[in-house]
Design a protein around this ligand. Sequence first.
Ligand code: APR
Length: 243
Amino acid sequence: MECLCEKAERTASKKKLVVLTGAGVSAESGLRTFRDSDGLWEEHDVMEVASIEGWRRNPDLVIEFYNQRRRQLATVSPNRAHVVLAELEKDFDVWIVTQNVDDLHERAGSTNILHLHGQLTKIRGVDGSNVTDIGYGDLKPGQTDENGVTLRPHIVWFGEDVPLIETADRLVREADIFAVVGSSLVVYPAAGLVGSLRPGVPAFLIDPGEVGIRLPSNFTVIREKAGSGVEKMREYLSAYVVR
Ligand code: APR
């Protein structure tokens, strides 16, 4: 049987790799990004379906939008990028900070995941209480919990605080290596995490497109889709494995 103390020592000696992911990491699984030319915000008004004002105006529309997202999530699978990020746990203390509300990092096997913008597979009371799993099922308009509190998707909408941002910021400050995969870096506070990186920390950006901020010089830019880009990053990372 493996000794737990040895395992803890190995984790402690591994370098901390913090990976900020966005919609692009799930694109090759068949989930559309938000801001690409075929993105979700081309078809839906973001302020109608993903803001707290939109929820107050028309909760049924918002519920239906997230019901559709959940139904679709049930039909897709993790892609190569999710899988390689999970495999990197063998050699690194990997922390995934994701803006995505899908569960593809979990299904690929990553174990340390911070969902900055919430999770599709969960719902909660409008008063913040009672976060529960809904899986890939539908939330019914007007549905309440056993205490009569109206239920809503467990999603951080525009106009709401991002409760996990301080935890994410601390992780980025502690990072020995950092990567951004598939995010336009236009939405704050998530995009601002790049500014918390210690100077000189090796960093990677994997994205076939342009991003919304000027990157510091320590970034290696891999202009590829997430699957092949993360494979390429793994080759670079072999130089940082503690043996
Ligand atoms: N592989 C990697 N990156 C890709 C791929 C791909 N196959 N396809 C597209 N991309 C890149 C795009 O070039 C873009 O830079 O993914 C990025 C997607 O950007 P957005 O659509 O803006 O998604 P994201 O950055 O995750 O959005 C942030 O905005 O709407 C809100 O809450 C929502 O979490 C989301 C946040």
